[in-house]
Design a protein around this ligand. Structure first.
Ligand SMILES: *Cc1c(COP(=O)(O)O)cnc(C)c1O
Length: 396
């Protein structure tokens, strides 16, 4: 135990030393195949040379000034994000939950600017995760993250994921500001809202003057096989939170919006000391150019097809271990018979494979987006090995 660290994490007994691509080495020299990727964050693998180069070059020039000045790189990254999305304006933050916070504030402020300050209600869904600020935990309303932190924040409501009747009523409520949704839930268990339902949400929101916020912190940035997960449905939100893979492992978050939705966010409405700092912009631009390239997106689809097929094969062979294969692109989940936390330990110790946990007793497989077919094959072999070990444990 590290005595002076706040005890909020359930850490695996693995002291990490260094990484290269999809591999991680512990201090004791053990090599692991990393299919956690810092929870969908190191999307180009560890120690990516292009990102390291961008960081080093910027480190010698300028680290921080303040947003009271024009910061190098912000326009370039904002231009790139807007050129490849529905958005027209971007606010830079340092993390996913800050991007969500900005999205929630933008939505309420929009209605305020529109002369409808009574529109404050925000509807989220069970199984969502929007980070750990008060706005984030109230929007997701997961009791294990809100309990003990005081009364629920006014105007935040939770709907049952998939309850279309309740969602319709929320859209029609005259004091609704916005609905916030992960098009593909990450932490909650790799659940994707159907493309048809996403299009229906867009129509219904428009008909009622309600904004749609997508939290693509985990499912965005190429993870599902399109740059943005909502692209599969051929629709777009008004506001979107992005982070995790946006910096390829460097802390950065961004709130993207249409100019209309952001019309209340005028001078003084929001801000950040570190948001959009030169280091984050330099790495972010390098990461975005790479991740949004046709080659990387094509690789996601190719590897995802392979992995899904192989994992279904393993499910057939190990029905006593794997209940279901879920997810979209390289946001893959295995719903398990044994406890997922226990399985993660077996995968780590017996197969030297790192996977992430998830709601609904899942383990998530979140390899870097540039993982090769050979490495993906290795990942499957290690999942198989973990399943074999799980079988012996379950039989015992
Ligand atoms: C990780 C995550 C967040 C929070 O991001 P932080 O950088 O930890 O604040 C928010 N939303 C989703 C969907 C996430 O996966």
């Amino acid at each position: 135990m590290s005595g002076h660290l706040m005890g909020v994490y359930n850490r695996a007994p693995l002291e990490v030393d260094r990484g290269q691509g999809v591999r991680l080495w512990a201090k004791d020299g053990t090599e692991y195949l990393d299919c956690v990727s810092g929870i969908s964050t190191n999307a180009l693998g560890h120690a990516n040379p292009k990102l390291a180069e961008a960081l080093k070059a910027q480190a010698d020039k300028l680290w921080h000034v303040s947003n009271i000045f024009k910061i190098p790189g912000q326009d370039e990254l904002a231009d790139a994000l807007c050129a490849k999305s529905f958005a027209e304006v971007v606010f830079f933050a340092n993390s996913g939950t800050e991007a969500v916070e900005c999205a929630l504030k933008t939505a309420r402020k929009y209605h305020h600017a529109n002369g409808q300050p009574e529109r404050i209600d925000i509807y989220g869904f069970d199984g969502s995760f929007h980070g750990r600020t008060y706005g984030g935990i109230n929007a997701a309303a997961n009791p294990s993250y809100t309990e003990g932190f005081g009364p629920p924040m006014q105007g935040f409501h939770q709907l049952k994921w998939g309850d279309k009747e309740a969602l319709k009523a929320a859209f029609e409520n005259p004091t609704t500001a916005a609905v916030i949704l992960e098009p593909v839930q990450g932490e909650g268990g790799c659940r994707a809202t159907s493309e048809e339902d996403l299009r229906w949400m867009r129509e219904t929101a428009d008909a009622n003057g309600v904004l749609i916020i997508f939290d693509e912190v985990q499912c965005g940035m190429g993870r599902t096989g399109k740059l943005w997960a909502h692209e599969w449905a051929g629709m777009a939100p008004d506001i979107m939170a992005v982070a995790k893979a946006l910096g390829g492992g460097f802390p950065i978050g961004a709130c993207l919006a249409t100019a209309e939705a952001a019309k209340g966010m005028t001078v003084g409405a929001h801000g950040s000391t570190f948001g959009g700092n030169p280091l984050a912009m330099a790495v972010g631009k390098a990461a975005f150019d790479e991740i949004s390239s046709d080659a990387v997106i094509a690789n996601v689809n190719e590897i995802a097809g392979y992995l899904k097929q192989q994992l279904h094969g393993l499910q057939e062979r190990f029905p006593d271990v794997i209940v279901e294969v879920r997810g979209k692109g390289l946001l893959l989940g295995l719903k398990l018979v044994p406890n997922n936390r226990e399985f993660m330990g077996w995968a780590r110790d017996e197969a030297k494979l790192l996977v992430a946990g998830g709601g609904d007793n899942l383990v998530r497989i979140l390899p870097p987006l540039n993982i090769t077919l050979d490495e993906a094959r290795e990942a499957v072999e290690r999942v198989e090995k973990a399943c074999e070990f799980a079988r012996t444990k379950l039989a015992a």
